[in-house]
Design a protein around this ligand. Structure first.
Ligand SMILES: [Zn+2]
Length: 289
């Protein structure tokens, strides 16, 4: 299904430099987190050109191009360079979210460099796989500082503490996500995959208050939740805090939009418009259309 009259923004797509795709085996050896997600030869690795082709085919106007949370700071730097270079050539269609290793001594300068070169956010961050925590840590302080100083929303992978296991599930335990949001209420967080279920705790008044500025993306919904997750989370936090994300190329953008259409058929048009693009457009200050 197409929504020609709407702006469609996918806030959660992954792209890798061709160098990584072409030398996958080498990178599988180099990084345990990458190995967990991409050791399976069926796990697709897409380049920026492939993402642009997918957007064209699916009718997606803009996509946040995310990096990968490498353990090695140099790999993060090279990946961020690719994201910023390809986004700069995309005519605004790709929005670069850079990737950093906050435990590295040079990361403060790296964050400054990324912000100056056009980064629009950081992510998808996977603290657990990169070896740091978000509770009372220097890494948490650094990320919060950079987000605030350079106006960079933080896109965190978030994991459900229950349910089935899947490659890459570990990334950020719900407890740590909740603490980070409580400790840094001024920082804009996009909690991926419905925030690992955090919105359901909005039934606790202090949590509802604490997550009033947090966004939840819909990446990989079809693998995680039944379709009524949309209606339930809208009841709990409102459509204004939900962002459409596909998790491309794990799920094709076309399929993610199809699933969205089917899951939201009973919702009002305004909720669909907000989730599909308007919330992201406001958050990332994107032009109309
Ligand atoms: Zn994720």
């Amino acid at each position: 299904m197409r929504y020609h009259s709407l702006v469609i923004v996918d806030v959660h797509a992954h792209v890798f430099p061709p160098e990584v795709r072409d030398n996958r085996e080498e990178y599988l050896q180099r990084d345990a987190g990458f190995r967990e997600l991409y050791a399976d030869a069926k796990a697709r690795i897409a380049t920026a050109d492939e993402l642009l082709a997918s957007m064209e085919a699916a009718g997606v106007d803009r996509s946040v191009a995310c990096g990968f949370g490498w353990s090695d700071a140099e790999l993060c730097r090279r990946h961020s360079d690719y994201l910023m270079e390809t986004a700069a050539k995309s005519g605004g269609r790709l929005i670069p979210f850079c990737t950093v290793q906050p435990s590295d001594d040079g990361t403060r300068d790296e964050l400054k460099r990324c912000a100056a070169r056009g980064a629009r956010g950081l992510g998808e961050l996977r603290p657990q796989q990169q070896g740091y925590g978000l509770i009372d840590s220097e890494e948490a302080d650094l990320l919060a500082w950079a987000s605030d100083a350079y106006d960079l929303p933080l896109l965190f992978h978030a994991s459900e503490p229950v349910g089935h296991v899947y490659p890459g599930k570990a990334g950020l335990p719900l407890e740590q996500l909740g603490r980070f949001i409580a400790d840094f209420p001024g920082v804009t967080v996009i909690a991926a995959h419905w925030g690992g279920g955090l919105p359901f705790y909005a039934l606790m008044p202090e949590v509802r208050e604490g997550i009033s500025r947090t966004y939840f993306d819909t990446a990989a919904t079809g693998f995680l939740y039944s379709p009524d997750v949309y209606a339930r989370v809208i009841e709990l936090v409102g459509a204004e805090q939900i962002l459409f994300g596909s998790d491309f190329p794990l799920i094709s953008q076309e399929r993610a939009l199809q699933e969205f259409a089917e899951a939201t058929v009973a919702l009002d048009d305004e909720a669909r418009r907000l989730i599909l693009g308007e919330n992201a457009r406001r958050l990332l200050r994107l032009p109309d259309g």
